[in-house]
Ligand binder design. Structure first.
Ligand code: SD4
Length: 332
């Protein structure tokens, strides 16, 4: 059952008396008048490539655009960066040497769009946005997603850079298939999926998540990032969450949805992400081999971050400052 008093206490750091909660089908819904906007806007995103993405998201927001525009265009930065080997252009290919991309986006109106197993498009997040805005569907995959993108003016491009091709050839020599827990600890400082969540000055929330997925994955493999509720979830009444790491663990526990539901039930963003990591620890026996990182934000701009193993960091833009922060981890 919802601990309403605890939740109200959290959501109104500034003034509980102004709250007018109303109960709808056992959910507590708040009007935007109840949001404490003092520290808004807030942008939070995964890994150090999040710093530039946050800057761009804030720039887009300050230019008077929507929070959906901000999260979409924020993640364009790592998507278009050929040196970033885990997102968009320059991402690691699958086992066959083909780069395949997954992305999802959600807005304050509860609408969602995603693409998975998409080839040859530099900005999969914008194809996901188009699925959200222009179709009655949520997810398009593979050749259908590519066809939809091309029909809507996207250009077909080669995403496999010489560096990613070289890394793929080297990986093939090893003949193993062990996803690495933490690309950040690799000698070449590879990045990872970008998940970016934003809350605008009025408390409206959106999120975007985009990735080339696990490097050298089995052809056809789709991770958590394009799956609404797994790699990304937004509920404008409550908050948002996104995930990075071994997507299979996130899918098995419906991680981002879980984080948002825990916040709905009164947990702070930090408590919620810690509980979602604990769910993986308790339910997924093979979790020790992998890394998982969650970030979350609530409607007031309070944030949380937690991961399985040391090494995960995230970028936080709050009160005018953009900083890279090491996440706390379950294993030390
Ligand atoms: C996936 N979660 O495809 C993504 C990739 C990632 O660390 O974040 N890897 O499973």
């Amino acid at each position: 059952m919802i601990d309403r008093r605890k939740f109200i206490g959290r959501i109104t750091a500034a003034g509980a008396l102004s709250l007018v909660p109303r109960i709808v089908k056992s959910e507590t819904i708040f009007s935007s008048a109840t949001v404490d906007t003092n520290s808004l806007p807030v942008i939070i995103s995964t890994w150090n490539h999040g710093l530039d993405a946050n800057e761009e998201a804030i720039r887009v927001l300050n230019d008077g655009n929507s929070i959906v525009d901000a999260v979409e265009q924020g993640v364009w930065i790592p998507e278009a960066d050929p040196k970033n080997m885990s997102v968009g252009l320059g991402g690691f290919p699958d086992r066959e040497g083909i780069v395949t991309l997954d992305a999802s986006i959600m807005g304050p109106d509860g609408n969602a769009g995603s693409v998975c197993f998409l080839e040859n498009i530099v900005h999969p997040i914008s194809v996901a946005r188009l699925v959200m805005d222009k179709t009655p569907h949520v997810m398009l995959s593979g050749s259908g997603a590519l066809q939809f993108a091309l029909e809507n003016g996207f250009k077909k491009e080669n995403l496999l850079t010489p560096e990613a091709k070289k890394a793929w050839k080297k990986a093939l020599l090893k003949h193993d298939y062990e996803p690495h827990p933490n690309w950040e600890n690799e000698p070449n400082k590879f990045h990872d999926t970008i998940g970016l969540l934003g809350v605008d000055k009025n408390g409206n929330i959106a999120g975007a998540c985009t990735t080339s997925g696990m490097g050298f994955k089995i052809r056809g493999r789709v991770g958590d990032s394009p799956i609404i509720g797994a790699g990304l979830f937004v509920d404008n009444e409550i908050g948002a969450a996104t995930a990075t790491g071994m997507g299979e663990l996130v899918i098995k526990t419906v991680g981002s949805f879980l984080v948002v539901e825990l916040m709905r039930n009164g947990r702070s963003p930090q408590e919620a992400v810690e509980e979602a990591v604990m769910r993986i620890v308790n339910k997924v026996p093979e979790h020790q081999k992998y890394q998982i990182g969650y970030i979350a934000v609530n409607k007031n701009g309070e944030t949380g971050a937690y991961c399985l193993k040391p090494g995960f960091n995230y970028a936080l833009y709050k009160n005018g400052t953009n900083s890279l922060i090491d996440s706390k981890s379950y294993y030390k």
